[in-house]
Design a protein around this ligand. Structure first.
Ligand code: SF4
Length: 518
């Protein structure tokens, strides 16, 4: 029976190239969202994805259920490019049962049939930026599959470090994969007889996974949301005024649809959203110390979101203030590098008492820029995106505050723009420590050899960028801005201290859960 997939991987923009935003050197997958119950769960999911667009601009998708069958629409590009009134109406139609609904059996037992309008339906969604698997249309999520337990759609934020190993084992035993994404391994694990024989196949599946995952599954009769035992990526639970339950990567998605934040999904927890409400169970104990990605606060998350118990804007301002304490300098203006340097620059200005001025403005009408073959063309793209206000800069001593430097090539172009505009002194301040190591847990930094701080000393970076002074925030200073114990955060891209060894993903801690797959 063909699945009611409206379209899968189709591009509404023709934008199937690998995106390389010159001002976005670090990329993350992804944003997830889910809401159980009607009316209009697909539209709410669309709004939730829109609010989380910053977490991934490569592709997006929505999967829906009417209580018995799933349907989905995915595509390449921005949420606004993929969905229009027609596709959303089609998705909403798929959430409305055409005939009386019979009780359905899921992998976790039999669930009651929907008793009234608004129940028995739901939707999940995903914004994607690839870190594992390429930027190709088949990798757009939610991935929707049929297996022995029925249908399932899955949306994943994070990165699995043992997915390649499992993929190889599955392929050697004859499994066929439709995508190059690490997420598809999860469905193959779920479908395996070894998991299906257990009381709780989903929990058994999750115990095999190593790495970072905030996952939202859609089954015909429920949503299941799960977070890895380390809590690398955020995942929050909310409630709409009419009582419907919502899950999202960030609280900004709850705000946009008028839902109230209830709590974080705990590390090692599975939360079920269905017609009975919200229930919880564990698939694993929480790790002794969480590994919350501190880079969510430094760069990724929306400033209005509360992540790991703290508001992102407030944290960024605190990082900037701490930077002013650690690296003061006399200057005329504090100037943010838009957009992600703004909050830290505000904190730096307030702490230092030096006026905050915006002298670098983004061109709001420039869309995404695609890989350019030469450095000269990439530089032109940066100049196109950020324009310097010469009158603000000429003859001034400027403190420029940015959130991070990855490869350094983009920053070099920005500093050159300021010099060309006549800046007298440029003092560059970075609101996190130098990024010297790659991330294996959901952020797509450049390869180690391309990270400028891995290659060069701070003085060499300063000379490369041609700035008068350069200071990064210290690790101690960064962690002092966080309210949870410092052991609660992953800082591996700065320190090289990985909580899990990416080359040897099976740890003693998890070895007992590495059960037979087949
Ligand atoms: Fe976040 Fe860096 Fe850890 Fe990756 S290595 S999870 S970017 S803190």
């Amino acid at each position: 029976m063909p699945l009611p997939v409206l379209s899968s991987g189709g591009s509404t923009t023709g934008a199937t190239s690998v995106e390389s935003g010159p001002t976005q050197e670090a990329k993350e997958k992804c944003g997830v969202f889910g809401v159980w119950g009607g009316p209009e769960p697909a539209t709410l999911t669309y709004l939730g994805l829109y609010a989380q667009q910053h977490r991934g601009q490569e592709s997006a998708g929505i999967a829906v259920t009417d209580g018995t069958r799933l349907g989905a629409h995915t595509g390449m590009g921005l949420v606004s490019e993929i969905f229009d009134q027609r596709t959303l109406s089609d998705l909403e139609r798929l959430t409305k049962p055409a005939s009386p609904i019979k009780p359905t059996s899921g992998t976790n037992g039999t669930h009651p049939a929907p008793a009234q309008s608004g129940k028995g339906c739901g939707a999940i969604g995903h914004n994607r930026y690839s870190t594992a698997g390429g930027s190709i249309s088949c990798n757009a999520q939610p991935l929707l599959e049929s297996y022995v337990g029925g249908q399932v759609a899955v949306a994943h934020n994070g990165n699995l470090i043992n997915a390649e190993l499992y993929r190889l084992l599955f392929e050697q035993s004859g499994h066929l994969f439709h995508t190059t994404s690490d997420t598809e391994v999860i469905i193959h694990l779920l479908a395996s007889p070894a998991q299906q024989r257990t009381v709780d196949p989903l929990a058994a599946t999750l115990r095999h996974l190593q790495g970072a995952f905030s996952l939202v599954f859609l089954f015909p009769n429920r949503i299941e949301a799960a977070r890895d035992p380390w809590g690398w990526r955020p995942l929050v639970l909310g409630e709409l005024k009419d009582g419907r339950a919502v899950v999202a990567s960030e609280t900004v998605a709850l705000d946009v649809i008028g839902a109230e934040f209830i709590r974080e999904v705990e590390p090692g927890e599975i939360v079920t959203l269905d017609d009975r409400g919200v229930t919880s169970r564990r698939f694993a104990d929480a790790a002794p110390h969480p590994a919350h990605c501190i880079f969510e606060h430094v760069y990724f998350a929306n400033p209005s979101s509360n992540v790991f118990g703290q508001n992102v804007q407030m944290v960024r301002e605190a990082l900037g203030a701490q930077l002013a304490i650690e690296a003061p300098v006399s200057a005329d203006y504090v100037m943010p590098m838009p957009d992600s340097g703004r909050s830290a620059a505000a904190g730096y200005a307030q702490q230092s008492g030096i006026p905050y001025r915006e002298g670098i403005v983004p061109n709001r009408y420039v869309g995404r820029t695609f890989i350019k073959p030469t450095q000269a063309e990439r530089s032109a793209a940066v100049r196109l995106k950020l324009n310097v206000i010469r009158e603000m800069v000429k003859g001034r001593r400027i403190i420029v505050v940015d959130d991070s430097i990855v490869r350094g090539t983009t920053t070099q172009v920005k500093m050159d723009q300021l010099r060309q505009a006549g800046a007298k002194e440029i003092h560059l301040r970075i609101s996190c420590p130098p990024i010297r190591h790659p991330c294996y847990f959901g952020v797509d930094f450049a390869h180690r050899d391309q990270l400028i701080a891995h290659q060069k000393t701070i003085e060499e970076i300063r000379a490369f960028l041609d700035v008068d002074t350069l200071h990064y925030l210290s690790m101690e200073g960064m962690l002092a801005c966080m309210t949870r114990a410092k052991e609660s955060y992953c800082t591996a891209c700065y320190s090289g201290n990985y909580r899990l060894d990416p080359d040897h993903p099976v740890t003693d801690e998890m070895a007992t859960s590495q059960m037979t797959m087949f």
